[in-house]
Every structure is written in structure tokens, then in C-alpha cells.
Design a protein around this ligand. Structure first.
Ligand SMILES: C[S@@+](CC[C@H](N)C(=O)[O-])C[C@H]1O[C@@H](n2cnc3c(N)ncnc32)[C@H](O)[C@@H]1O
Length: 435
């Protein structure tokens, strides 16, 4: 059904600006329905659909704004739906109402276009009710907004209640509030300058629109994806919080490093730069598609000291290609995690998380660390890192490992907290093998 709609889009039969934005609304609606029914990642749904529909750049931007805007504000939009209609609203109708209310109450789209074009998306039998509800929302706009701001934090910032309750407990009201609001802001684009290809002065001369970060001049804030710089391997898109783990790892030229969960290679590239491309990095991951991306990234960044291997640390023996390089001077375990530190970049993540996920991830994280400890040499350093804000996946993993492994000593621990540091959330702990 969805792909038939995309292949013969209704707006192609007409012409003019308003018709193009109808196309964007149709794409956003189709994407919302696919996201709800198929449980796929939001990014892959919307990029697939907008590529097929061949939207103009401005229509594509509008479709993305609508799709991500609705996903970011689901609870709030549903609260408004419930204010406007007491009886049950079935899912397909609800998606259209969410789109309409997002435009009217949050995006400030021109009222006539928002109502008219959104009503047009619906089958004939639903148009009267949608029209009536959107017109009522237009009349009651200030009242609906005031009622929303009086709602609890999880409703007004549209987060799962269990998550907000955890954050209130862990971080207190002020920080939990800041975190929820931060998750709803568009994420800036940061690029790490790849010193293997270009120095900072030359980078700034070539890409004068980039702004170096005051406390980390290896990273630049850029207005949009610097595609030329990326193609030439002059930079890599990554949040400055990702630097913490690499800096704690502190790899030296000539050393043997194991990057155990490496793909797509953001940290591998930085580690290679810190090693000045000398020595050996063994980069592993269990996901072959992601490893292929790592391989391409390393080629573009001119990383010349990496061996790439597929391996799942929770299955089977250590492959001979790794065993033959062990013991390692340093091991980086950038573990799979719940990703709660990067929610502003992964808009739909909050709706996929379950309470049980933090403990489930913890078990997997501990299992991976256990398998890697024997590969670390005496006095070697193991850095465990995540982009999670949850203690179960961070301090608790480290505590458990330290308790069962007396030969390890905790040397340092660092957090990046969005509400304190203004970057993505991240955690890293450095453990030293003492015997
Ligand atoms: C946080 S991501 C790594 C990001 C990467 N370090 C970077 O900076 O680009 C975690 C990675 O762990 C991999 N992974 C998850 N479970 C694994 C396992 N059991 N063995 C090996 N890799 C695993 C995932 O495929 C994913 O690529």
C-alpha cells in the first residue's frame, strides 16, 4: 500500500507550491505509519521514502521536519488529541491528527494550509471529523498550549514516563528537565578534524565556515554536513563527547591496540590519529555491514595501521588473527548500549526503549568485557565506554568487573552529561591490569 502511494503520488497530477507541500505531508504520514507498524529505524524509513518520492529539497526538508517533529512530540500531541476528543481515536486517524496538530500548535504553519492539506490526506469518511478537530485546535490554540505546559514533565516533553522517573531519581528535577528539553532540540553537527590528512590551520582556511570548539580545538561545529571535507577525508562527523574514551585510552605510536566494538570506526579513526598511524589497531565488530562502512571510513581517513576482523565476543573462541596479535597494550570496548546519551540524534529511540533494556544491556556488556580481559597485557589499559546515561550500563558494569577481577584497578572515570557539558551523553572508565 505504502509503496503504491509513493510510486504514483497524487501531487504529481497537479502543479504549484501548495501541491508540493502536500507531497511532503503524504510522505511524512506514510513514514509515521510504517514506523508504527514495522518497528524499523526512523532514519531508514524516511530516507528510503523521500528518495523514492524524488522530493524537491525544500519538500524533503518539510517532510523530515514533520516526521521527526511528530515523533519527538508524540505524547504531547496525543494529549491534545485527548483534549479535543474524549472517545477512542483509531491509529490511522490519530497519525493524521498528530501531523495536523504538530503543524498548528508547534510548527506554526499557516493555519489554512495546515488544516486543508492535512484533511486532504484522509479518506473521505474521516475528513469531517479531522476538519472539525483541527479547526477547534486553531480556535483553542492558546488554551491547549497553556494546558500542555501544566502537564507533568514526561507529557510536556514527550518522553516515556518510566524514563523520566529514572532521570528524576538519578539527576534531580532541574537536570532531568534540562535533559528532556535538550533531547528535543535539533542536534548541532560536529566534525573531528582528521590530522592524518590536514592540519587545523589548513582545515580552517579551506573550510572557513567551521568554528573550532573552545575547549577541544580538534573538533569544529559546522552548519551542515561538510560533504567535500568528508569525501576528502579531512574530517569525520562525531560528537566531541566521543573523544573522552579515546583520550582516556591514550594510545601511543607503535603500540598494539584492540578496538573491540569498532564499527563504523569513529573512535578507530581518532585512535589511529593519536598513534600517528604507527603501530597496530585490530578493529573488530560482529556486524559485517557496519564493518564494511568502517573499512570505507578508514580508507577515506587514510588510516594505515588497522586490521579489520569480524568477531562476536559473546560467541566462540578468540579468532587466531586476534590471538596472534595479543597481548594488547590497550583495549577499547565501546560497548553496545541503550544510547540514552544520544537521544537528540536518535529521535525515535525513546519510544523503543523498555525498562528491562538497561539490565539486559548490562548483562551483554559484562559478558563482552569478561571475554576481553585475558587479552590485555600486564600494566595495559582497558577503556570501557558507552553513550548511555544509565548507571546500570556504566558504573555498575565497572563495579561488577572490578569485584570479580582483582587484577584490575580503576584508574579514571569520566562522564559527559548533556545538561552539564552541552554535548551528547557518554561514559568512559579506564582499568589497568596490575598482575
Ligand atoms: C557503540 S557501537 C560502536 C561505535 C564505534 N566504536 C565508533 O566509534 O564508531 C557498538 C558496536 O558494538 C557492536 N557489537 C555489539 N555486540 C557485539 C559483540 N557481541 N561482539 C562484537 N561487537 C559487538 C555493534 O555492532 C556496534 O557496531
Amino acid at each position: 500500500m505504502a509503496s503504491r502511494e509513493i510510486r504514483s503520488p497524487p501531487w504529481r497530477r497537479k502543479s504549484g507550491k501548495a501541491i508540493l507541500s502536500y507531497g511532503a505531508r503524504q510522505i511524512a504520514l506514510t513514514a509515521l505509519r510504517l514506523w508504527r507498524k514495522e518497528k524499523r529505524f526512523a532514519d531508514s524509513i524516511i530516507s528510503g521514502l523521500s528518495a523514492k518520492a524524488a522530493l524537491t529539497p525544500s519538500d524533503r526538508a518539510f517532510a523530515l521536519e514533520l516526521f521527526y517533529g511528530v515523533l519527538r512530540n508524540l505524547t504531547l500531541l496525543d494529549f491534545w488529541v485527548s483534549c479535543l476528543r474524549a472517545s477512542r481515536v483509531e491509529s490511522d486517524l490519530r497519525d493524521i491528527l498528530r501531523l495536523g496538530l504538530y503543524q498548528l500548535l508547534l510548527l506554526k504553519t499557516a493555519q489554512h494550509a495546515a488544516v486543508h492539506e492535512t484533511v486532504e490526506l484522509a479518506p473521505k469518511r474521516q475528513r469531517t471529523i479531522i476538519n472539525a478537530m483541527l479547526r477547534a485546535a486553531t480556535r483553542q490554540r492558546s488554551d491547549l498550549l497553556a494546558r500542555a505546559w501544566a502537564q507533568p514533565l514526561f507529557v510536556r516533553t514527550s518522553h516515556p514516563q518510566f524514563l523520566v522517573e529514572r532521570w528524576l531519581q538519578h539527576f534531580g528535577l532541574e537536570h532531568a528537565e534540562k535533559l528532556c528539553e535538550w533531547n528535543n532540540l535539533p542536534a548541532p553537527v560536529y566534525a573531528r578534524v582528521n590530522l592524518l590528512r590536514i592540519d587545523r590551520t589548513e582545515f580552517l582556511r579551506t573550510y572557513p565556515e567551521s568554528r573550532p570548539l573552545p575547549d577541544n580545538s580538534n573538533f569544529m561545529e559546522v552548519n551542515s554536513l561538510p560533504s567535500g571535507a568528508l569525501e576528502r577525508g579531512h574530517c569525520y562527523i562525531q560528537d566531541p563527547s566521543t573523544a573522552i574514551a579515546c583520550q582516556l585510552l591514550d594510545p601511543k605510536p607503535g603500540e598494539r591496540i584492540l578496538d573491540a566494538c569498532a564499527a563504523p570506526g569513529g573512535k578507530t579513526g581518532y585512535v589511529a590519529q593519536l598513534m600517528e598511524n604507527a603501530g597496530t589497531i585490530v578493529a573488530c565488530d560482529r556486524d559485517s555491514e557496519r564493518l564494511q562502512i568502517l573499512k570505507e571510513n578508514m580508507a577515506r581517513l587514510s588510516v594505515g595501521n588497522v586490521r579489520i576482523l569480524r568477531h562476536d565476543w559473546t560467541h566462540g573462541h578468540v579468532p587466531s588473527e586476534i590471538a596472534s596479535v595479543a597481548l594488547f597494550d590497550r583495549i577499547l570496548i565501546d560497548a553496545p548500549c541503550s544510547n540514552t546519551g544520544v537521544m537528540r540524534r536518535r529521535v525515535d529511540l525513546r519510544w523503543r526503549l523498555r525498562r528491562i533494556d538497561f539490565v539486559r544491556m548490562q548483562q551483554r556488556q559484562i559478558e563482552i568485557v569478561r571475554r576481553l580481559i585475558p587479552l590485555l597485557k600486564l600494566n595495559g589499559a582497558l577503556v570501557y565506554s558507552t553513550c548511555s546515561l544509565e548507571p546500570e550500563e556504566n558504573e555498575e558494569v565497572v563495579r561488577c568487573i572490578l569485584a570479580e577481577t582483582p587484577v584490575l584497578r580503576l584508574e579514571a572515570q569520566r562522564h559527559s552529561q548533556p545538561f552539564r557539558d552541552g554535548f551528547d551523553g557518554a561514559y568512559a572508565a579506564k582499568l589497568i591490569r596490575t598482575a
